[in-house]
Design a protein around this ligand. Structure first.
Ligand code: NAD
Length: 494
């Protein structure tokens, strides 16, 4: 049985806590490895290594850091298929989808290549006679990233690229469910010329996470995962004096107005609802059919479901892979089998696993869903699409605004005025207009509202740079200008 250990000071080290967790191939339902679960003591050792590396890396030139990012970009490009294969093996998503995740990871490194420009800071010359003010952006020191199972390459890179380019040392605690891709990422970072100790990977569960959240050597914590853990991470990290951003779960709606292109809307619902088996934080979970388009839309979505080929991610004919674990598969199935009792109508029942091995489910479509039903209120995180009927756009917006999550939302329409009203009134952080999965490109930033993001700072892009640096403002005057005099008054500009 393969033992997956940590990456510390530029090399793989086995875990020493004696605790491990099983890693599965979800397409076959078998255990493939065990991953080490770090103790608080092991986390302490990793933070010590990172602290030492942070001191010199933070003082390195911008050219050194940008050069490393350019090299990393090339190495990631060369290893796209290796990374995607690791993701498919442990997560289960189909290879094409895994390659898409790797491509979106690389985008973040491309953004970070611009670090000499991005960290320019600002200067005000002659704010008073002979006095200049400059704001410089300095690294924080050691920053930690805690990531979920559903994007084992992209989400770590949302954090790592900017954190490292800004001159910090980074400790990654990946999901214990699919830990292998993080180790290849760390190796590529080393080959790119980033000094050992600047990027470290420590595997673990709540014990390792809590050790990072309370460690005095960690200056900031980025978290992506479910809402209850995000809340815990945010409260614990900030309670221990750290800067924190904690991205949580989601319940994303797609509103379809009567004038929408029906085929485009149905295609989008299938792609965004069942892609990656619904295990995306930006997956569409609820279709809100407005006015008289409802019946035709449900029919169009149902008609497309048999075309979705469910199978192992490494089979090129598969369109949708398995769920992450048996336990999660059974939890998702429970929402479908319980929907009728809640008063909803199961139009397509995918609750019978379509294959005997692995953690597979079929696609389910449930109509007449209403707020208050479990199938509506909970984040299901599986291939289950609910349909809610609404009489008007305003009613659709008020249903969406009552949801505690605020990650993504989409509107399908041909009406520009309606789209504009929608984007101004909907209380959601990322909005798609005829775009079902509006994940911003890396030159913007990603962040939901409400229970989808604690701490208010979106991740990656310009907001990521702000998160991983702190401003220092220097006010200076040089001898040789105006003479000096004693003045006990508060300094004013003259
Ligand atoms: P999770 O919350 O179970 O785990 C996330 C991380 O937290 C993992 O590294 C895990 O080891 C750690 N963790 C789990 N329980 C913990 C605890 N009690 N104390 C401390 N740490 C703990 O999430 P997941 O199942 O890996 O990922 C799926 C969730 O992530 C979904 O809710 C999804 O919406 C969310 N997600 C959100 C975004 C976003 O950008 N908002 C992106 C991807 C995933």
């Amino acid at each position: 049985m393969e033992h997956i250990g940590h990456w510390v000071a530029g090399r793989r080290v086995p875990g020493s806590s004696g605790r491990t967790a099983p890693v599965h191939d979800p397409a076959r339902g078998v255990q493939t490895a065990e991953v080490a679960l770090a103790s608080a003591g092991e986390v302490d050792e990793v933070v010590a290594v990172a602290s030492e590396a942070a001191a010199s890396w933070g003082a390195s030139s911008l050219t050194t850091r940008a050069t490393a990012m350019f090299r990393l970009r090339e190495l990631l490009d060369a290893h796209r298929d290796d990374l995607a294969a690791l993701v498919t093996r442990e997560h289960g998503k189909v290879l094409d989808d895994a390659r898409g995740e790797v491509a979106r990871a690389i985008e973040n490194v491309e953004f970070a290549c611009g670090v000499p420009h991005l960290l320019k800071g600002s200067v005000s010359s002659e704010v008073s006679t002979g006095i200049d003010v400059q704001t410089v952006l300095e690294p924080l020191g050691v920053v930690a990233g805690i990531t979920p199972f559903n994007f084992p390459v992209m989400v770590p890179m949302w954090m790592m690229a900017n954190a490292v380019a800004c001159g910090n040392a980074f400790v990654l605690k990946p999901s214990e469910k699919d830990p292998s891709a993080s180790l290849l990422l760390a190796e590529l970072v080393q080959r790119a010329g980033v000094p050992d100790g600047v990027v470290n990977v420590v595997h673990g569960d709540a014990e390792a996470v809590d050790a990072l959240l309370t460690h005095p050597g960690v200056a900031a914590v980025s978290f992506v995962g479910s809402t209850p853990v995000a809340r815990h991470v945010y409260e614990t990290a900030t309670g221990n004096g750290k800067r924190a951003q904690a991205l949580g779960g989601a319940k994303n709606h797609m509103v379809v107005l009567p004038d929408a292109d029906l085929d485009a809307a149905a295609d989008a619902a299938i792609s965004a609802g069942y892609g990656s088996a619904g295990e995306r934080c930006m997956a569409i979970s609820v279709v809100v059919a407005v006015g008289d388009i409802g019946d035709a839309l449900v029919e169009a979505i149902a008609a497309r479901i048999p075309d979705v080929v469910v199978g192992p991610g490494d089979d090129p004919t598969s369109m949708m892979g398995p769920l992450i674990s048996e336990q999660h598969r059974d939890r998702v199935r429970g929402y479908v089998t319980g929907a009728t009792e809640e008063g909803a109508r199961v139009v397509v029942d995918g609750s019978t696993p379509p294959r005997p091995d692995g953690f597979f489910l079929g696609c389910s479509l449930i109509d007449d869903v209403k707020p208050g039903m479990r199938v509506y209120d909970d984040e299901i995180f599986g291939p289950v699409l609910s349909v809610v009927r609404a009489a008007s756009l305003d009613e659709a917006v008020s249903v969406i605004n009552a949801v505690p999550y605020g990650n993504g939302v989409a509107l399908f329409t041909r009406d520009g005025a309606a789209a504009r009203r929608f984007q101004r009134t909907v209380q959601i952080g990322m909005v798609g207009i005829n775009v079902p999965i509006p994940v911003p490109v890396a030159s913007h930033s990603f962040g939901g509202w409400k229970d989808s993001l604690f701490g208010g700072t979106p991740i990656y892009g310009p907001e990521g740079l702000r998160f991983y640096t702190r401003p220092k403002v220097v006010t200076s005057r040089w001898p040789g200008g105006a003479g000096s005099a004693i003045d006990l008054g508060f300094p004013t500009t003259r």
